[in-house]
Design a protein around this ligand. Structure first.
Ligand SMILES: CC(C)(COP(=O)(O)OP(=O)(O)OC[C@H]1O[C@@H](n2cnc3c(N)ncnc32)[C@H](O)[C@@H]1OP(=O)(O)O)[C@@H](O)C(=O)NCCC(=O)NCCS
Length: 374
């Protein structure tokens, strides 16, 4: 293989065809719809339908999806039993990875044609949310809650996690983050899901692998690190001093930069616009000033701009969500995209099997063990 064909990290390489999303500088489309329009006019459930079925639902189709989701929300008792056995120190993403794998043993859907895969996707969507919430309840020493009819997916996550029906504004904001997180073309976790699918493996294995990829701090794990960073400072002046040093030391700063968007991730301002009034309402003006100063220094000095994880770390913090749940909630949204990609990959499959550029020793002669010096 020639050196020219080699792109570390597959940077700039087209690795497959995709009709689900288009991410390019200045634009993100889900099945042809601008993310700004979906954020303004659709719910997460409508977006999940769009990703999985290819079109936005009409009212009847949406109601059908909502009732199907509700039916498959309860976790198998064996899952709840297993959740009780996992040590409380285990990070929520590790718990989610194991529990989705276990949920696969109780998959209520049979078959693997596209209709079965769509139903399995809804089941996974419901189960991921249920696992996250049940784990949170058990960590608080409380019993997992049954889902409540009539709540949106976002409200259900908040209700089942905290035991009280959420404030509608909080549920709406969480819903917006789910829409923004739902899909992003060939990102690392989705690519992982597609590679697993390409071996003709199953959808649950694909989602389990994707969760493992999402966990990393260069991918979904960044939103948790954003909050750890923002909450380290008491004042914007402290944050300014730190970020100037971090830039000088060439430190990696969570929530900035993107492989595809070099002039900024336009999902970030959509969420930032909504997070700002929430910060004001919560009296978190200094936190917002810390957020702004880090963003401004990164933009001015490094020409690096916030990705979605920067405002989502802030938003989840303001919503009072435990930090360990940020990346799992990202997964609760992205599972819709992963499943849509699985369905697309299966329908037009070719095994992913790239080449490597060999950097090991030249061919050499083997000396049997007895002839090797100690
Ligand atoms: C997302 C990310 C992995 C993309 O990486 P990438 O495509 O390999 O980055 P680039 O090649 O464009 O980086 C260009 C330069 O900016 C630097 N850079 C990129 N992101 C940076 C960040 N968040 N903090 C500091 N420097 C960063 C790189 O080190 C590189 O510097 P160099 O030219 O001196 O070597 C990277 O931006 C990053 O680590 N971000 C922080 C983690 C994060 O927020 N992840 C969520 C992504 S949605």
């Amino acid at each position: 293989m020639s050196n020219e064909a080699y792109k570390p990290g597959l940077d700039g390489v087209v690795a497959g065809e995709c009709a689900i999303a288009r991410a390019q500088e200045g634009q993100l489309l889900y099945r042809g719809y601008e993310i700004e329009d979906l954020a303004a006019h659709a719910s997460f459930e409508e977006v999940a339908y769009l990703l999985l079925y290819g079109e936005l639902p009409n009212r009847v189709q949406l109601e059908t999806l909502e009732s199907e989701l509700f039916i498959v929300r309860p976790l198998a008792p064996e899952l709840v039993q297993t959740l009780r056995l996992i040590p409380k120190e285990v990070p929520a993403m590790d718990v989610l990875r194991s529990m989705v794998s276990m949920a696969g043993h109780f998959d209520p859907v049979t078959g693997s044609d596209s209709e079965a895969l769509q139903r399995r996707s809804l089941w996974l969507l419901a189960q991921v949310a249920g696992i996250i919430a049940a784990r949170n309840r058990l960590l608080q020493g409380q019993e997992p809650l049954a889902p409540k009819p009539g709540l949106s997916h976002a409200a259900q996550i908040l209700y089942q996690s905290h035991g009280v029906e959420p404030d509608p504004e909080a549920a709406k904001l969480l819903d917006l983050t789910l829409i923004l997180y739902a899909e992003h073309e060939f990102n690392a976790s989705t690519f992982t899901a597609r590679v697993i699918c390409s071996t003709k493996s199953d959808m649950v294995s694909s989602v389990v692998g994707a969760i493992g990829a999402l966990k990393g701090p260069l991918h979904g794990g960044a939103n948790e690190n954003v909050t750890r960073m923002l909450t380290r400072f008491s004042t914007a002046a402290e944050a300014l001093e730190w970020i100037q040093g971090a830039v000088a030391r060439k430190e990696n700063v969570a929530g900035f930069g993107h492989r595809v968007y070099k002039n900024g991730d336009h999902r970030a301002p959509i969420l930032e616009r909504k997070a700002r009034p929430l910060a004001a309402a919560k009296g978190a003006d200094e936190l917002m000033a810390i957020y702004d100063v880090i963003r401004d220094v990164m933009g001015n000095e490094k020409k690096l701009y916030p990705n979605l994880d920067y405002p989502s770390g802030l938003t989840y913090y303001l919503l009072g969500i435990p930090i360990d749940l940020y990346t799992p909630i990202f997964a609760a949204a992205r599972v819709s995209g992963w499943c849509a990609h699985f369905i697309e990959q299966q329908a037009n499959n070719r095994l992913y099997r790239p080449l490597s550029l060999y950097t090991g020793p030249e061919q050499r002669t083997l000396t049997p063990l007895g002839g090797r010096s100690d």
